[in-house]
Write a protein that binds this ligand. Structure first.
Ligand code: PM9
Length: 457
């Protein structure tokens, strides 16, 4: 049996969890329209909806909250955050935003013209929304293996360089303002991108005058995989790997709610002076002054401290290996999951899990709903419901991956909790034929997965 690192922290504050009967959970799920986003948090036993903003902050971060400087402009916490982002990410400039999509909004507005092509290594919901809202067309250039849950590849988030080259040949570099390079790739299963691939993407793009913007949301988890899996990085620190990764790009959008270890916040970083000047003009319209951008002083302080803690090897190795611990138990029991196990979550392959349902019967949404009813574990659909509809044809996007994400919050749950989740999923798998599909009863026009409602077929 593999050894997993023990928690590298002691627990100082605890939050009690509520348990409910299956009948009570059945009622709660019906009231939530079979959408796990619409459950009350207090009705959830183990909450694996997301790792976004759910991190347990450290004593140092909480201490930092007490020295929040809430001045409207020029807060000392901004200066700390600004210096920390420059030191750890290596970009020349940054503007804070209230969270990741705030940065995506700014970047998309500043860079995209109607009809532009935005290549990326698989779509992400909010990222693609902002690209399309500004007239851009997203094109997926991830390697084919990423769309196959069973394909084993150490860097399944890599860009297929030939696909990218083909797009440049077909549309011309002038229609491609930037490539959006996600590290790791959330919807592929939290899969990493190798340093070599980042370097190759950067070289190809820069040769054609195309910029590279990272979606750096889970970049520290990506750096850990590079250290573990890529030749030449075994003895390089996570901090240095991260700096090298970012050095190949022109900027980044960041949801601080993930790898910056805070409950709220984000930033847009860049090297270009003119883009920085324009970002400062736009941030005041949508977020706030360039020296707070939608964040309180205390939150900027917590984020600066979180960024430093995130590159600590003891933290990041426990974080990623805890996710693997859950995934390995499911693999051993024959439950179909995306492999290899990614950095932030274990993804159940709902197509295989519920092979008696068609994609139109929304298997991943149904599986997430039933997992909650059976066990009180909350998860998230990442399949046809999340993918939404084509803007032009109004048809459903039909992703090959129909997944349920069991997302592990940072520093929140123990290995015993992971055992409980594994038992719940395995027991559901053994009784899978009883699970019925769902259909929409309310479908919002955009980012529908957040507020949609369903009924049992
Ligand atoms: N990700 C997640 O649960 C939270 C909201 S979507 C259901 O995975 C990437 C790769 C993300 C991401 C958020 C954002 C947006 C951008 N890129 O949520 O606006 O995973 O901070 O970040 C979520 P914000």
């Amino acid at each position: 049996m593999k050894n997993y690192p023990a928690e590298p922290f002691r627990i100082k504050v605890v939050e009690m969890m509520k348990t409910m009967s299956k009948e009570e959970r059945q009622i709660a799920m019906e009231e939530a329209g079979f959408n796990t986003f619409l459950l009350k948090s207090e009705d959830v036993y183990i909450d694996l909806l997301t790792d976004s903003g759910t991190t347990a902050m450290s004593d140092r971060q909480w201490a930092g909250m007490m020295i929040g400087d809430e001045a409207y402009a020029g807060s000392r916490n901004f200066l700390h955050l600004d210096a920390t982002v420059k030191e750890y990410y290596g970009f020349k400039h940054m503007v804070p935003t209230h969270q990741g999509r705030g940065a995506e909004n700014l970047l998309s507005r500043l860079k995209i013209k109607s009809g532009d092509i935005i290549p990326g290594n698989m779509y992400f919901t909010t990222t693609r929304y902002h690209q399309e809202a500004n007239g851009g067309i997203f094109k997926d250039v991830i390697i084919d293996e990423a769309h196959d849950p069973q394909a084993i590849h150490p860097f399944k988030g890599n860009v297929d360089i030939r696909k990218l080259q083909r797009l440049i040949d077909e549309f011309g570099a002038e229609r491609i303002p930037y490539v959006c390079l996600a590290v790791t790739v959330n919807l592929a299963g939290g899969q990493p991108v190798s340093m070599q691939n980042i370097h190759e993407v950067s070289e190809l793009c820069h040769k054609h005058g195309i910029e590279v913007f990272f979606d750096a949301t889970r970049c520290v988890e990506n750096a850990y995989f590079i250290k573990k899996r890529e030749e030449g990085y075994k003895h390089v620190s996570i901090k240095d790997i991260l700096l090298e990764m970012m050095s190949y790009g022109d900027g980044a959008t960041m949801s601080g709610k993930k790898d910056c270890m805070v409950n709220i916040g984000g930033f847009l970083a860049m090297n270009d002076e003119e883009l920085f000047a324009r970002s400062k003009e736009l941030v005041v319209v949508f977020e706030g002054m360039p020296s707070y951008g939608g964040m309180a002083g205390r939150d900027m302080e917590a984020m600066a401290i979180g960024i430093k803690e995130s590159v600590d090897y003891a933290y990041i190795s426990h974080r990623v290996e805890q996710v693997a611990y859950l995934g390995d138990q499911l693999i051993a029991a024959g439950v179909p999951v995306v492999q290899p196990i990614g950095g932030h979550a274990v993804f159940l392959d709902a197509r295989k899990f519920l092979s008696h349902l068609t994609q139109d019967q929304l298997p991943a949404q149904a599986l997430a709903a039933h997992l909650y009813i059976e066990s009180g574990v909350r998860s998230m659909e990442r399949g046809i419901v999340s993918a939404g509809r084509n803007k032009e044809t109004k048809e459903h996007h039909r992703p090959k991956l129909e997944l349920v994400r069991l997302t592990i919050p940072r520093r929140v749950y123990t290995y015993a909790h992971m055992d409980l989740v594994a038992d719940a999923v395995i027991s559901l798998y053994q009784n899978r034929e009883k699970i019925t599909g769902l259909q929409f009863v309310y479908e919002p026009p955009m980012l529908r997965f957040f507020n949609a409602r369903f009924k049992l077929l």
